[in-house]
Every structure is written in structure tokens, then in C-alpha cells.
Design a protein around this ligand. Structure first.
Ligand code: PEP
Length: 247
């Protein structure tokens, strides 16, 4: 999108040791300054170490989830306020693995996104269709419904990010056709503009699902693709930086 700086975000999921994530973060931080903003999202227990490794450099720090409440009796959970306190700036919400593994509904994602905004975190709200929904031709309507249900009122004013991640393309090595990615991103843009007006025109819409250095250039060149959310390939600094260099 013209005038929008791309965001390349690494979702490290439940991977790494303290030593390996320090090394990975250092590798990313040492990469060439590129034409994109870089973000890494380690597991909660690694956030402090990665924050320390990244220091005051330009690579931003994100988390992979947060609780909807600012504090309270929620054993094992982490609030957005706790994340902000650590120097976290972004939080991935509604990833398909959380929607599946933790039965997160659009309403839950909405509540978490509200909490993120309250604590000054930028939410990256994930949406995407299943393979059955793609095959039956419902993909765009499924995604539009997820957006309507998951994005809070203050989303656009806070510069929120949407990640379109077809569930069947995550970790599978498969991607939609370029035409299908472009069509979906155009639909997401239209939904954002309808909901938020002009502010919706410049929100970043990331594509996620088997982005690799080899396919990044073609995907990132598509209209309304304003960056990528990268899983597997973000675990190798050179691959992640290769994707960023394609932006
Ligand atoms: C993800 O889970 O956000 C993702 C896009 O994973 P991968 O790049 O491994 O498909």
C-alpha cells in the first residue's frame, strides 16, 4: 500500500531455548537495515532475554497472546499490561493455533484486542479460512465475519495490524495463488475502509502462511500486502532477513 512501510513479523511459537533465542535475536538485529519494520515474537518466557538482546535497536518485540483482563486471579495467564511493562510493543491475537488449541472465538479475540489497546500494545489480529471453507468458496465471507467480530472500535486509531493467514497454508509449504492472496487482501482492505473509513486505507494487512525467502518477493509485491507474518522461516535469521529484504 503506497506510503505504508511493510512489517515483517516473526512468530517463533513454542520454539527455542534461552541460548538459541538470544542467538536468533542477535542474528536478526545484526541484519542489514531494510525497507521494512522488523518484529520478533518469542515465547513469553523468552521475552526478557530477547528484549535485552535487541536493546534499543530497530527490531521490535512482540508477544503471541495476552489475557483480556489487566490483572487478577487467572493462574498461568499473562496480561497486556505485563507485556507492555517488559518493553513489548505488539501482540499477536487470534492466531489459528490459539483459535484451535484454546477454542478462542472472535469474541475472545476482541476482548484481548481491547486489552492490548488499553495497555498501549499494537494488536496483530489473525484471520483466515480453513481448507474446506476455501474449497466451498466461502473464504472471503469467513474472513470478513472474523474481522467484524474480532476488531475492536479503537483498532484503526491505534494503527492495528491484520494478518491474513489461511489455516491450510500455515506450516504446510502450501500457499494460495497470487490471485487469491490479492483478492483476499483487497476484500480485507474494503472491510477495513467500510468499518473505519479513511483510517482503514493505511492499516497494515500482512500475509501469513508458508512465506519463505523464495516466494516472499512475489507475495510482498501484491497490492494490499503490507508485510508478512512468518512462522517456520523466522527461526533462521538468514531466512527471516531474506524475506525482509524482499519487502
Ligand atoms: C504462522 O503460524 O503465523 C505462520 C505463518 O507459519 P508458517 O510461516 O510456518 O507457515
Amino acid at each position: 500500500t503506497p506510503g505504508v512501510r511493510p512489517l515483517i513479523a516473526g512468530n517463533w511459537k513454542m520454539h527455542g531455548t534461552l541460548a538459541s533465542v538470544r542467538e536468533l535475536a542477535a542474528g536478526v538485529a545484526a541484519g542489514q537495515a531494510s525497507g521494512a519494520d522488523l518484529l520478533v515474537c518469542p515465547a513469553f518466557v523468552h521475552l526478557s532475554a530477547v528484549a535485552e538482546t535487541l536493546g534499543s535497536g530497530s527490531v521490535a518485540l512482540g508477544a503471541q497472546d495476552c489475557h483480556a483482563n489487566p490483572k487478577g486471579a487467572h493462574t498461568g495467564d499473562i496480561s497486556a499490561a505485563m507485556l507492555a511493562d517488559l518493553g513489548v510493543r505488539f501482540v499477536i491475537l487470534g492466531h489459528s493455533e490459539r483459535r484451535a488449541d484454546h477454542a478462542e472465538s472472535d469474541a475472545v479475540v476482541l476482548a484481548k484486542a481491547e486489552a492490548a489497546l488499553t495497555s498501549g500494545l499494537t494488536p496483530i489480529v489473525c484471520v483466515g479460512e480453513s481448507e474446506a471453507q476455501r474449497v466451498s468458496g466461502e473464504a472471503e465471507d469467513v474472513v470478513a465475519a472474523q474481522l467484524a467480530g474480532s476488531l475492536p472500535e479503537g483498532f484503526a486509531a491505534a494503527g492495528g495490524v491484520v494478518a491474513y493467514e489461511p489455516v491450510w497454508a500455515i506450516g504446510t509449504g502450501r500457499t494460495p495463488t497470487e490471485a487469491d492472496i490479492a483478492a483476499m487482501h483487497a476484500r480485507v482492505r474494503a472491510e477495513l475502509e467500510q468499518r473505519f473509513g479513511a483510517a482503514g486505507s493505511t492499516l497494515r494487512i500482512l500475509y501469513g502462511g508458508s512465506v519463505k525467502p523464495g516466494n516472499a518477493k512475489a507475495i510482498l509485491a501484491l497490492p494490499h500486502v503490507d508485510g508478512a507474518l512468518v512462522g517456520g522461516a523466522s527461526l533462521v535469521a538468514g531466512d527471516f532477513l531474506g524475506i525482509a529484504a524482499a519487502a
